[in-house]
Write a protein that binds this ligand. Structure first.
Ligand code: ADP
Ligand code: MG
Length: 266
């Protein structure tokens, strides 16, 4: 007889783990410890948020998780593999699994390029047959049709642009999506729309999301688990309800106090 293992209610394996990662910029008297010995895990198929004021080290963590910036110390693993330092070949393979969306969609792109041309770069990583399929599939996930492909950036709203950036990330069918202030430039209604796109991706595709924001209201709206950063240090982490209703750290309490009527509106 085989024993049946009961699964925990929040079962889900850890897809990503950071252990005491730090990042120091500069040297000597000018050294700034942007991230100081931060450890966390990302559960598969869950949304984890990093919240903290501007300058608390959130984007530095995002860039280290994405392999865009080397850690000064500590280790990181993805799906059981060490990803602390990646060769340029290994990094490209890693980016099939781990994709990102940033605050300012399209800022890095030529304004005279159509959406099709913009997306083509990602498509080049795929063969022709799967490319067309993936494109339709990815645009579908963000509620857009193929007609958007012939538009130019200025013909799109901020919310549409950000949905295209999400589609662009999804085309590679990543397992982890990192969103760094991806909703910060949007109006409130468009912001909720993007937050809902992300929760749909979790629910429908089993996407793991690392959502980074300075706004604890958004963090609590979307997250399964919240990590709170203050001055490079992870001061508190826990399931969202615990952090909202029973914040342990004075800094978290202060962030929550700055959100009027969060309990009613979230
Ligand atoms: P956040 O995303 O929470 O606003 P960042 O991770 O961007 O914070 O920045 C954390 C700290 O690290 C800040 O003090 C910032 O000035 C510093 N920092 C970030 N990137 C660099 C860099 N490339 N060179 C020097 N200092 C940096
Ligand atoms: Mg930032």
């Amino acid at each position: 007889m085989t024993a049946v293992e009961p699964s925990a209610p929040d079962a889900g394996t850890d897809i990503f783990a950071a252990e005491r990662i730090s990042r120091v910029f500069g040297t000597g008297r000018n050294a700034v410890t942007a991230v100081d010995g931060v450890s966390f895990v990302l559960k598969e198929k869950a949304i984890t948020t990093i919240v903290g004021e501007s300058g608390s080290g959130k984007s530095t963590i995002a860039r280290m998780v994405l392999g865009l910036l080397p850690v000064s110390s500590g280790t990181m693993s993805f799906d059981g593999r060490d990803v602390t330092t990646l060769s340029s070949t290994a990094r490209i393979a890693y980016w099939r699994d781990v994709q990102a969306v940033f605050q300012d969609p399209f800022s890095a792109f030529n304004q005279f390029f159509t959406v099709r041309r913009l997306l083509n770069r990602s498509l080049r990583m795929l063969d022709k047959v799967s490319a067309k399929e993936r494109l339709e599939e990815a645009l579908g996930h963000v509620d857009m049709g193929l007609d958007v492909l012939d538009r130019f950036p200025h013909q799109l709203s901020g919310g549409q642009r950000q949905r295209i950036m999400i589609a662009r990330a999804l085309m590679l069918r990543p397992r982890l999506l990192v969103a760094d202030e991806a909703t910060s430039m949007l109006d409130a209604s468009l912001r909720v729309n993007i937050l809902n796109v992300l929760t749909d991706l979790r629910d429908q595709l089993g996407m793991t999301v690392l959502f980074i924001t300075h706004d604890i209201g958004q963090a609590c709206y979307i997250a399964d688990k919240v990590l709170v950063m203050e001055n490079g240090v992870l001061v508190e982490q826990g399931p969202t309800d615990d952090v909202i209703f029973n914040p342990q750290h004075e800094y978290t309490q202060r962030l929550l106090a700055d959100v009027p009527r969060l309990h009613e509106s979230a």
